[in-house]
Design a protein around this ligand. Sequence first.
Ligand SMILES: Nc1ncnc2[nH]cnc12
Ligand SMILES: [Zn+2]
Length: 337
Amino acid sequence: MSIESLIQSLPKAELHLHIEGSLEPELMMHLAQKHQVDLPYKSIEQVRKAYQFEDLQSFLDLYYLGASVLIDEQDFYQLMWQYLCQCRAQNIVHTEIMFDPQTHTHRGIGFDIFMPGFLRAMEVAYQQWGQSSQLILSFLRHLPEQDAIDTFVQAQPYLHQVTAVGLDSSELNHPPTKFKSVYAQAAKKGLKLVAHAGEEGPPEYIWEALNELQVDRIDHGVRSIEDPELVQTLINKQMPLTVCPLSNTKLCVFDDMTQHNILSMLERDILVTVNSDDPSYFGGYLNENFLALHQAFDLTPAQLIQLVKNSFKASFLDESKKRYWLAKIDEFANNTD
Ligand SMILES: Nc1ncnc2[nH]cnc12
Ligand SMILES: [Zn+2]
């Protein structure tokens, strides 16, 4: 079987996906028209043309602008539904989805609007084809910690439907330690903890996420390679990194895909996984990320299978489900030798 067919047909998990970053230009333009939101784009082509980024902030500016078209429950339903349909098309059997409440509450759109929309789509996808999905509530790190604490209070009625909390948005000058109290509150409620660290920020931020926030996973973490002691710690702890290759090249974290360090990290036995981050802004969903890695590095089937297995190992699925999918992948790999 070709590696392209293997990428498509292996059952996969995705662990780093911002639902607001899956807003396709078509839906954005449709919702802008529906709600009379004034966007600086006249056509879908113009939206796509605007997606040239020089760093994380230049992307975030357009990402928040795009999210401004999401207003009512049906909009959030449609957004989630379209992503879950992509999961089905790409054979992503389990997904852990980040959402940014403050992006919406700051515009007067509350949890009572977006949560029912997200949850309804997740339920329909589960009923229709058994799609497995979980939610990660992510705090915006460019805002004060008190804002995150207030957001966490607003989230209380929905916490039983949330698996983890996360930390995203502008990384530089907003170290993980800033959010120590709200992470302690989330841990007390039994939530899992993840945080973006070492995307643009220094290895020190990854240390802080580990030691101060006590995270279960690091989102990105590609700058860990600059600190040998940190690398050894990640290996010893088998701390998962949710790496996003197309995102990293689009945001100029690496000059091009051949410079990416995910395969060197894999070789060193760091628990790296492949993810799409914000697929409509970065030019591809999960399979396109694997294909881009294949084009740059000529992936072997063994490397691909290891990366896919890592995503299940690093997931928040219960142990029996993890074992089920890991066995399925082994079975698949043995039958396609
Ligand atoms: N790659 C990324 N880094 C930080 N915040 C984000 N929000 C959406 N995508 C993000
Ligand atoms: Zn991200």
